[in-house]
Design a protein around this ligand. Structure first.
Ligand code: TDO
Length: 180
């Protein structure tokens, strides 16, 4: 697996190392030792998928607060997404900053989302499926969210979403903690 750390420390774009032959290729999609070599010691405890019939569906920006932080390994298994994360670690030098990456079924690219990062995506095609491995249990009381177009974060989406949940449409503006 090829790990490329992003400008948000601890968040990695991960590409598969393809072992190809006439049948196609074989590649590792997760490996305890390779993740540990990059300082990640959070084996998945849950795997989930979301299925999105419509292009322009936006889900996010979600995270869980301590002690229920969850890291996620995200991959698109059908269609494509623009996947976005925001660093919500108050002590981090990149607190409040975001990055986006295109994950498609064809590019097999994955994004490793550390704990205490808000995560969300917009679908680039109809019939897009997203698969996650998650390091912690779903704990509804610990869920927090940013609104996709919060001006205090300023995410640049590739286009306007056409479908959002009622909940995700209405998250209030965030007040980022003041840094000394
Ligand atoms: C996230 C989640 C939801 N649910 C339930 C709650 C609800 O009835 C239904 C749909 O939940 P939501 O509207 O929160 O689903 P969704 O908006 O797709 O939430 C997901 O968004 C992306 C961006 C993520 O990063 C994921 O971790 C997750 O937060 O599924 C679970 O049972 N387990 C889970 O782990």
């Amino acid at each position: 697996m090829i790990f490329t750390e992003t400008k948000l420390a601890g968040a990695f774009i991960i590409d598969m190392e393809r072992l190809s032959d006439e049948r196609g290729f074989f590649a590792r999609a997760w490996c305890e030792d390779e993740f540990a070599a990059h300082g990640i010691h959070q084996p998945p405890r849950q795997a989930s998928i979301s299925s999105n019939p419509k292009r322009g569906t936006l889900r996010g920006m979600h995270y869980q607060i301590a002690p229920h932080g969850e890291s996620k390994l995200v991959r698109c298994t059908r269609g494509g997404i623009y996947d976005v994360i925001v660093d919500m670690r108050e002590q981090s030098p990149t607190y409040g900053q975001w990055i986006g990456v295109e994950l498609t079924a064809d590019n097999y690219r994955m994004l490793f989302v550390p704990e205490y990062f808000a995560h969300g995506f917009i679908t680039l095609q109809d019939n897009t499926d997203v698969s996650y491995q998650i390091s912690a249990k779903y704990t509804p009381g610990a869920e927090r969210a940013l609104r996709w177009n919060d001006p205090n974060i300023g995410i640049e989406w590739p286009f306007e979403p056409v479908l959002l949940s009622e909940k995700d449409r209405n998250h209030p503006d965030i007040q980022l903690a003041v840094r000394m």
